[in-house]
Design a protein around this ligand. Structure first.
Ligand code: FE2
Length: 437
C-alpha cells in the first residue's frame, strides 16, 4: 500500500485534481473497494426478472453478481461465486433457472443462494463439513434496495441507507416512471454496450459537462442545422433533427439550464428546461397520461425536464428520454457503458421508438455524438500519462455557487465545473474514510 490518507488528500484540491486519479492502477483498485464497495451501485431493473427463476448477471465494481427472482417472488443479489472452489455458477448475461448448478463439481444452489445439494455426499461424512454453513452458499451482498423497480446493491453493511444515499436523484427516477400512464416502466431488449478506452470518471464527469457539446459535437450540430434550414418552410423537422440539433446549442442555453449538486457526488442538469424540452408531441400520449393521472398531475410530470441525472458513481438517467446509462469499470483505462431503454407502460409505442432512436443517434458506438466523446476521452487517457503537466483543471464558476434554501443542494450556471468539484469531494470522502494515516 503506497497511498496513505495524506497522500490521497493531496490528489484533490478545490479546483484541480492530480492526473494520477485517472491513470494509476493502484488508485483504481482502491476505488473499487472504497467507492464501488461502499456506495449503492445500480444492478438492474425488476422487469428483467418478471418471472421466478429469471436472472441477470453483472458486476458491482469488479465483483460479479447475479440479480435473481426466487420462487417466492423475492429479489436477491448474490455473488456469482460457487461456495466450493469459487467458479462463477453462471456465465450467461441473463436466463431462467430453477436452480444454479456449478459447472465444475455440480454443487447446486436454490434461487435464494442457499446450498441445496453437493454430489457424492459420502465423501463429506465425518469430515466436519457443514452444508448449512453460509460460507458454502452463494453469498448475498450486504444490502439491496429497490425503488420503482430499479435495484441497487451496496457491498458494505455500514454507511448511508438507500434513501439517504439517493438524495434528490429519486425525483428523477420518479419522474421517468410517472411518465408512464400506468405508473410503471419496463426494460426493452438487451442493453446497447459501448466499451470506452478511458477511466470511468471521465465518462461520469462528462454527463453534466456543458462546455463541451458546442465544441466536441459542433460538426453534427452544424450539419443538422443545415438540413433543417434546407427544408421548405412549414415542413416539420424530422424527429432525428429534433434530438441532435440541441447538442450544438450555445453556452447561454446550457448556462440557463443550470446544474444542481448534492451530497455523495450526485448531480443533475436542467429541471424545468433541458435540451429535451422542445420535442414534438406524440399523438395520444398526453391524453393517455391524463387518463392515467389526471390533467394537473400529467402537466406537472411533463413540466419536469432534467437533462442528465448522475447517481455517483454508477448510474445516470434521462427521465425525459427513458434511457439510463450504467457505468461498469473494467480497469483503470477501460470502462463499459451500458445504455438501457425503457417502455412507458400504457404510452403510445411511438414514444419507445423515440427512446431507441435517441440512443442510436447519441449513445451508440455507431452514433453521431457518442464517438465524439469517446475520441476525447481516449485522447485524455493517453495524454494524461505524459509528464507535461500534473493537474487537471476545474475552475469554471468557482466561488459562485448558490446554496438552495433549506437543503444540501448547490446550484450554478450549466457550464460550471461545480458537478466535477462535487464529485471529487465525494471521491475524497470515500477514498480517505478508511485509510490508515
Ligand atoms: Fe458529449
Amino acid at each position: 500500500m503506497t497511498y496513505s490518507k495524506e497522500k490521497i488528500g493531496r490528489l484533490v484540491e478545490e479546483a484541480r485534481v492530480h492526473r494520477s486519479v485517472y491513470t494509476d492502477p493502484e488508485l483504481f483498485e482502491l476505488e473499487m473497494d472504497r467507492i464501488w464497495g461502499h456506495s449503492w451501485v445500480y444492478v438492474g431493473h425488476e422487469s428483467q426478472l418478471a418471472k421466478p427463476g429469471e436472472f441477470i448477471t453483472t458486476t458491482v465494481g469488479k465483483e460479479p453478481v447475479i440479480l435473481v427472482r426466487d420462487k417466492a417472488d423475492a429479489i436477491h443479489v448474490l455473488y456469482n461465486r460457487c461456495g466450493h472452489k469459487g467458479s462463477k455458477v453462471t456465465a450467461r448475461p441473463c436466463g431462467k433457472n430453477s436452480v444454479f448448478r456449478c459447472p465444475y463439481h455440480g454443487w447446486t444452489y436454490q434461487l435464494d443462494g442457499k446450498l441445496q445439494m453437493t454430489p457424492h455426499k459420502i465423501g463429506y461424512e465425518n469430515t466436519g463439513f457443514d452444508p448449512e454453513d453460509p460460507q458454502f452458499s452463494l453469498r448475498p451482498v450486504a444490502r439491496v434496495a429497490s425503488h420503482r423497480g430499479f435495484v441497487f446493491a451496496c457491498l458494505a453493511s455500514d454507511g448511508p441507507d438507500f434513501r439517504e444515499f439517493m438524495q434528490d436523484t429519486i425525483a428523477t427516477i420518479d419522474n421517468m416512471v410517472d411518465r408512464s400512464p400506468e405508473g410503471e416502466v419496463e426494460v426493452v431488449g438487451n442493453c446497447l454496450p459501448y466499451m470506452h478506452d478511458c477511466n470511468w470518471k471521465m465518462f461520469v464527469e462528462n454527463l453534466n459537462d456543458a462546455v463541451h457539446p458546442m465544441v466536441a459535437h459542433a460538426s453534427v450540430g452544424k450539419a443538422t442545422e443545415k438540413l433543417m434550414k434546407s427544408l421548405p418552410e412549414g415542413t416539420p423537422y424530422p424527429p432525428e433533427a429534433e434530438i441532435i440539433f440541441p447538442f450544438g446549442s450555445a453556452y447561454d442555453l446550457f448556462d440557463s439550464m443550470k446544474v444542481t449538486t448534492m451530497p455523495y457526488g450526485h448531480s443533475y442538469m436542467g429541471g424545468e428546461q433541458s435540451i429535451h424540452t422542445g420535442y414534438s408531441d406524440i399523438p395520444g400520449y398526453f391524453e393517455a397520461l391524463v387518463a392515467g393521472h389526471g390533467e394537473d398531475k400529467a402537466k406537472t410530470i411533463l413540466s419536469r425536464n432534467r437533462h442528465n441525472t448522475t447517481v455517483y458513481p454508477s448510474f445516470t438517467i434521462k427521465d425525459a428520454v427513458q434511457v439510463i446509462r450504467v457505468v461498469r469499470p473494467i480497469s483503470v483505462n477501460q470502462t463499459l457503458i451500458q445504455s438501457w431503454h425503457f417502455r412507458l407502460k400504457g404510452a403510445p409505442e411511438q414514444l419507445l421508438h423515440r427512446t431507441i432512436t435517441y440512443s442510436r443517434l447519441i449513445n451508440s458506438p455507431a452514433s453521431m455524438v457518442g464517438p465524439d466523446d469517446w475520441d476525447v476521452y481516449s485522447r485524455m487517457q493517453e495524454s494524461l500519462q505524459s509528464n507535461a503537466a500534473e493537474w487537471v483543471d476545474m475552475h469554471r464558476y468557482l466561488g459562485r455557487d448558490e446554496l438552495v434554501e433549506d437543503s444540501d443542494l448547490k446550484r450554478a450556471p450549466g457550464t460550471s465545473d461545480l458537478t466535477m468539484r462535487n464529485q471529487y469531494q465525494a471521491w475524497l470522502e470515500y477514498m480517505t474514510v478508511e485509510t490508515a494515516a
